[in-house]
Design a protein around this ligand. Structure first.
Ligand code: TXA
Ligand code: MG
Length: 318
């Protein structure tokens, strides 16, 4: 088994991570949403290694990350209708699905052979330092084995992928804690392809029109498999009265007195989003260690970021 290097998020660590990427290696790195499992997006073999390390179904295209708007424009023709979103929300937790330029040299494995590419400029300073040092596009899905919970700390990445990847750049805890919101086009209409860390209301305010909903069952974002975010333990949702032998994930006023794991005691959805995956990881482990029957989750209001949180919870429970 190979050794996975844990790199500090300082200049030396960033330079080492960029070198590993340039030589075709896989490097997990923090973004403000979740940790990504990065490879040079122009290197087909390196991209293939991502699917292999994750055990990911090969029809899932990956998000391509870049440091600057200029590089984004070299890779994709960003349609007029989506330009305001790129200008306002990049860098940030937004991914745009846009037509890929054939001369951009993006590996077809990264786009799964589609004529479009999912593009993102992350805000996180460590992600930005790595993308700048590397100087090219980095393809990166979330840095978890396929079908498991997304990682929001370097230790989550190590738990899932140790020995399967070259390195992890340790930038601490992710601020947003939910994957990016994905927006594309259907004809001229902007479409929400995945709810995520950027509130849909902010996007709609910028566009001055509502986002269309994805067509149910037609796979516009092919990664939206129902059971995408599953911990090992069974999960029950909207539980206000958990059983004694269940681990309980609280929210706001719903939480056991002795319960350390509350998504947000003050009922703050942003705080809840940033805690979601870390708490699910921790409770999954608790269920295993203490032989509990599963995880019960308190109701989370389905407004704002609560929509994305409930979407993730439903997938975890599926
Ligand atoms: O926050 C995030 O988005 C994280 C960080 C690392 O950037 N990445 C992430 O990647 O969540 P991943 O691979 O787990 O999810 C990417 C989503 C999938 O649902 C995939 O199917 C969709 O983007 N996607 C990628 N390219 C697409 C395309 N050309 N058309 C439609 N959907 C696409
Ligand atoms: Mg994922």
């Amino acid at each position: 088994m190979n050794v996975t290097e844990i790199l500090q998020a300082d200049q030396k660590g960033v330079v080492r991570a960029a070198k590993l990427l340039a030589s075709g290696g896989l490097v997990a790195f923090p973004t403000e949403t979740v940790y990504g499992l990065g490879a040079d997006a122009r290197n087909g073999q390196a991209v293939a290694a991502i699917y292999e390390a994750k055990g990911r179904p090969s029809f899932n295209p990956l998000i391509v990350h870049v440091a600057t708007h200029a590089l984004a424009q070299e890779i994709a023709d960003i349609p007029q209708a989506l330009l305001p979103l790129a200008e306002t929300f990049w860098p940030g937790p937004l991914t745009l699905v846009v037509p890929v330029r054939s001369d951009a040299g993006i590996s077809e494995l990264a786009t799964a052979g589609l004529p479009s590419v999912a593009l993102r400029i992350p805000f996180d300073p460590v992600a930005h330092a790595l993308l700048s040092e590397f100087g090219g596009p980095i393809a990166a899905p979330s840095a978890n084995p396929s079908g498991r919970i997304s990682p929001t700390q370097a230790s989550h990445v190590v738990a899932g992928l140790d020995g399967k990847i070259a390195a992890v750049l340790d930038g601490g805890q992710c601020d947003v804690g939910l994957e990016s919101t994905i927006v594309g086009l259907r004809g001229d209409a902007p479409v929400l392809m995945r709810a995520g860390g950027l509130d849909v209301a902010e996007i709609e305010a910028e566009l001055g029109r509502p986002l269309a909903a994805p067509i149910a069952d037609k796979i516009e974002a092919p990664g939206q498999l129902v059971s995408h975010y599953a911990p090992r333990a069974p999960i029950r949702l909207d539980v206000t009265d958990p059983a004694k032998d269940e681990a309980y994930l609280g929210f706001g006023g719903f939480g056991r007195v002795d319960d350390a794991l509350n998504l947000s005691k003050r009922g703050d959805l942003k705080e809840a989003a940033s805690n979601l995956f870390a708490h699910l990881h921790a409770l999954d482990e608790l269920v295993r260690l203490q032989g509990l029957t599963g995880i019960a989750v308190a109701p989370v209001p389905a407004v704002g970021l609560g929509l994305a949180i409930n979407d993730r919870l439903r997938r975890a429970a599926a």
